[in-house]
Design a protein. Structure first.
Length: 394
């Protein structure tokens, strides 16, 4: 069996909404349907019936995104009912996992045309109530928020594994001696780069606003932020800690989707691809150090592609926390920081969990197309201790 070349033809995403913000009134299955419909509409030569499968990442799945949100997106987008859909969950890496699974299916000939993406509405994530062990308990029952982090934790899990995500970032700051000032400076740069990218029109080719919602750009960008303003924010996870709301990614809503094809599928689109998918890698790490998960995944993905940090044109590294990102950069001494998140990162843009990986992959593809050639990398840390990376080229 020969392995086929796999191409990204197009990539779109919604503007990223803030928690309780402009997109909070939109169901996640409608967000997913919007990017699928928008993606297909941008390639009018492609018969939608030729789409072999739709892969969508979704980290929650406990609310309106239940019952296979990928399939719901297909139906709500008006695609032929013959088009199937599958939802995948690798927490923060779910959207990138969807891209990797779609690419794998195309590479081995199981599909010729696929859509991959991700969605999350953290605003609409429900509270859940566990079933009692027996009917009609007399006492009070606890509701669990499904917005973010550990809940209903198995008591067999060691305590050091189940610390809050922000405490995990504090542990990385301790490990690498990362100061509060360094984290705030990293966060400020994220906002400045994102604001400039929007001002320069660099997101015009990929962002598709949601109809009926007054949101045309990412909602959490604070172009007027300063080091002085960030310094006033109190630590969230430790009384004398360094991780604040200002140097961490916010809670968000959004969706992204990519069109992924082989050579035959490419001809059917009548378009030039943005980029080609080369290799991917996934690795595990101690859960409390989840933020360093990308370190080994990136190195493995690059090694498999025969590339090095010196070959990178751009690198989209998800900014779950400034401390986490800086910790990864500290372990990649050969990487030029200038190629990392040139259009801003998740601290400014936002981190709708299931969508972020697809957003990163799409952004890398668009950046490579704009450059005309080069090698790009997308990577994320993942809660419970994993890292995921994807190498693209043009």
């Amino acid at each position: 069996m020969s392995i086929r070349d796999v191409y990204i033809v197009d990539a779109v995403r919604t503007p990223i909404g803030k928690f309780g913000g402009a997109l909070s009134s939109v169901r996640p299955d409608d967000l997913a349907a919007h990017v699928v419909k928008s993606l297909v509409a941008r390639t009018p030569d492609l018969d939608p019936a030729r789409i072999d499968d739709v892969y969508f990442g979704d980290a929650n799945g406990a609310g309106e995104d239940n019952r296979d949100v990928a399939r719901m997106a297909v139906l709500l987008a008006g695609l032929p009912v013959s088009v199937p859909g599958v939802t995948v969950n690798r927490l923060c890496g779910s959207g990138l996992e969807a891209v990797i699974q779609a690419a794998r299916a195309v590479a081995v000939g199981d599909a010729s045309v696929a859509i991959a993406g991700g969605v999350e509405s953290m605003s609409r994530a429900p509270w859940v109530l566990q079933k009692p062990e027996r009917a009609f308990p007399a006492g009070h029952q606890q509701l669990h928020s499904t917005t973010l982090g550990w809940r209903m934790t198995n008591p067999r899990m060691p305590d050091e594994w189940t610390v809050p995500l922000g405490e995990g970032a504090e542990l990385i700051a301790d490990k690498h001696g990362i100061t509060r000032e360094q984290q705030d400076a990293f966060a400020l740069a994220s906002h400045q780069k994102a604001a400039k990218a929007w001002s320069d029109g660099l997101y015009a080719d990929e962002v598709v606003p949601y109809d009926g919602v007054d949101l045309t750009r990412d909602e959490c960008i604070r172009e007027g932020s300063t080091m002085a303003a960030l310094a006033k924010l109190k630590p969230v996870f430790r009384e004398s800690g360094s991780v604040t709301a200002g140097n961490a990614s916010p809670l968000n809503d959004g969706a992204a989707a990519l069109l992924i094809v082989d050579e035959e599928g490419l001809r059917a689109t009548g378009r030039e691809p943005l980029a080609r998918i080369r290799t991917s890698a996934v690795t595990g790490i101690e859960p409390q150090l989840f933020g360093l998960g990308p370190v080994e995944a990136v190195q493995r993905a690059l090694a498999k592609s025969g590339k090095s940090f010196a070959d990178l044109t751009t690198f989209e590294l998800n900014e779950a926390f400034a401390a986490q990102s800086l910790g990864c950069l500290a372990e990649w001494p050969d990487l030029d920081p200038a190629v990392v998140n040139p259009r801003g990162g998740a601290i400014a843009i936002g981190h709708p969990l299931g969508a972020s990986g697809a957003r990163l992959a799409g952004s890398v593809a668009h950046q490579l197309a704009a450059a005309g050639s080069g090698t790009g990398l997308a990577a994320l840390c993942i809660g419970v201790g994993q890292g995921l990376a994807l190498v693209l080229e043009r």
